[in-house]
Unconditional design. Structure first.
Length: 357
């Protein structure tokens, strides 16, 4: 702990020893404080914290200046809390059931968690995620759970759509085989807050936007069900570079049978492609207008550029509000303040679910 503290405020034992050599720092209380400070820091580095240093030092019966006591108390308990926080992550070993290609640079990964009831019970909502790490590889990866919670309950498995990124934990994971053991944390996050676009009779239109591996939590959402067949217009705009990079094509028919219209959007298609091209927000802008934003919900999953104002501008244009109503900053435009948007943004490997409006 004290190695980190030394970078922040100069509170390094060696620093205090040198300081104590100065004539102005020759008082008994400073030397005692030095002993306490050094001992407490060393104890913290071994996760063994002593809260009674006065039992070890001969001058503990003397009264320290109040400013020193306040600083020491605040510093010690802050360091203790930080030390305890470091040990709160619970890792559970689990074997791989399968690893196979899903698309270019994307892999289906299935993990058997049937022997881990705490892991199973932690997955309750579409849009949750967890941490995964490999033996002998310290850096964990954050992965969105692609399977619906019902699959974990029925078969004791979690499924993931993993993008193989060179040099990452994800790349190593995609190179493993059945039976190899990884370590997981319980599922994190609250997932998509679908209650905000319920009941279906109040939100006739639901627009879903996903790009690349961002389709992973969207699969969980669709297969968990959100009363799509009870709404008049549910569309999934799914963006990828080309069909070779588009996962879950074998599931499109089943998804459409639940009431979700699939709109594939390719940014770099081949010459035979006759569908939507470009980016998902542009494809939506070319589609029919939304005449009632108050009864429309949207679910977004992708990188920040897709889920921020670029997409909001397209929503406004396609809804007939005009681009002059779009503003920059942290607050949504007043024109769409009644349009419920649920976002699942991925920053690096850390997906972060949040309600925007």
């Amino acid at each position: 702990m004290w190695e980190q503290d030394s970078n922040r405020d100069g509170s390094h034992p060696q620093f205090f020893r040198r300081l104590a050599e100065l004539p102005s720092c020759n008082s008994w209380w400073f030397k005692d404080w030095l002993k306490v400070e050094t001992m407490s820091n060393i104890s913290l580095s071994h996760t063994s914290v002593s809260l009674t240093p006065h039992l070890r030092f001969p001058h503990a019966h003397r009264k320290y200046p109040m400013s020193i006591l306040r600083h020491l108390k605040r510093r010690r308990f802050t360091s203790i809390a930080a030390a305890l926080r470091q040990d709160t992550t619970v890792w559970t070993p689990a074997p791989l059931s399968s690893v196979h290609p899903a698309a270019d640079s994307l892999f289906h990964v299935t993990i058997d968690v049937s022997d881990s009831p705490d892991i199973l019970s932690s997955h309750s909502s579409a849009g949750q995620y967890l941490q995964l790490r490999l033996p002998d590889f310290a850096k964990p990866s954050f992965l969105a759970i692609a399977s619906p919670p019902s699959l974990a309950a029925a078969r004791g498995e979690f499924e993931f759509l993993v993008k193989s990124v060179p040099g990452s934990t994800a790349e190593l994971l995609c190179g493993l085989k059945k039976g190899d053991v990884v370590e997981l944390t319980p599922a994190m996050g609250r997932g998509f807050d679908i209650d905000r676009i319920s009941p279906p009779e109040d939100y006739h239109t639901v627009l879903i936007f996903a790009t690349g591996s961002g389709i992973s939590p969207i699969r969980s959402l669709i297969e968990s069900g959100f009363s799509a067949d009870e709404r008049s217009d549910v569309r999934l705009y799914y963006g990828a570079r080309n069909l070779q990079r588009m996962a879950y094509q074998d599931r499109f028919k089943d998804w459409e049978s639940t009431g979700v219209k699939i709109v594939p959007v390719l940014s770099q298609p081949n010459n035979s492609w006759t569908g939507e091209t470009g980016y998902v927000q542009a494809a939506f802008a070319r589609a029919k207008k939304i005449y009632s934003p108050q009864s429309t919900g949207a679910v977004l999953c992708g990188q920040g550029q897709m889920t921020e104002w670029t997409l909001f501008s397209s929503v406004l244009v396609a809804s007939g509000f005009g681009t002059d109503t779009c503003c920059s900053g942290l607050s949504p435009p007043k024109s769409v303040v009644n349009m419920m948007i649920i976002a699942f943004q991925g920053f690096g490997y850390l997906p972060k679910g949040k309600v925007l409006f």
